[in-house]
Write a protein that binds this ligand. Structure first.
Ligand code: SAM
Length: 207
């Protein structure tokens, strides 16, 4: 499948994402025609968002981002200089999708608390915001009750080693989350990204 046409004429400074599209497309193919509710934490200039909106033509996407960047973006000049332009690029890149996309400019902790209180439910979540372990664990923990049975959660940067300190990497947060949710999910994929599917029936302890 060729994805590049979806991005032509749009404005990006980076591409952290296209290398995952083939994996996502093969894992998500069975649900492609469904009117899925997709949640994205960490949108940057909208590359992953465009994938989800193009791939799920009947789907809707909720994007959460502060548009302030993450710690790592402040440490490299090539990313830091782009920070003032990221939100404007997101807006123009996503304009064609109109009401199919909801942009929430806020921290994930505040935005997810609000979505939870509103009773929102999702079929797919992409967790690609703050990469600190504690934040990834908090994002996953807040998303999980909002995931419909059979819902899919994609964790980005599971093997990311940009920072030496484990607390600054997603992996310990993802592993802690998986430990807590043992029996409540099925693992679909594990390499640089980790992808799980929420159980359709939750397992209960034998009485
Ligand atoms: C790696 S980028 C996302 C990349 C994007 N998914 C793509 O396909 O290009 C991470 C994004 O998370 C956002 N972010 C970081 N910490 C956040 C937080 N606590 N709440 C909301 N957004 C956050 C940053 O502003 C940044 O835009």
């Amino acid at each position: 499948m060729e994805f590049s046409a979806w991005f032509s004429g749009k404005s990006f400074s980076t591409d952290w994402t296209s290398r995952f599209f083939h994996t996502w497309a093969s894992l998500l193919e069975a649900r492609r025609a469904e009117p899925l509710e997709v949640l994205e934490i960490g949108s940057w200039e909208g590359r992953s968002a465009i994938f989800f909106l193009q791939y799920f033509r009947n789907g809707r996407l909720t994007c959460i981002d502060t548009f302030l960047g993450s710690t790592e973006h402040l440490l490299r000049d090539k990313w830091r200089v782009e920070l003032p332009h990221v939100e404007q690029r997101f807006d123009s890149n996503l304009a064609e999708f109109g009401g199919r996309v909801q942009k929430i400019k806020d921290t994930s902790s505040r935005a997810l608390a609000r979505l939870g209180a509103e009773g929102r439910r999702f079929d797919l979540a992409y967790i690609d915001g703050s990469h600190r372990s504690a934040d990834v664990l908090a994002d996953a923990t807040s998303c999980w009750p909002m995931m419909n049975p059979g819902g899919i959660v994609i964790f980005d940067d599971y093997e990311w080693t940009f920072f030496a300190d484990e607390a600054d990497r997603p992996k310990p947060g993802v592993d802690a989350f998986l430990l807590r949710q043992a029996g409540q999910y099925r693992e679909l994929h594990r390499d640089y990204q980790l992808i799980i599917e929420k159980a359709r029936e939750t397992s209960r302890p034998a009485s």
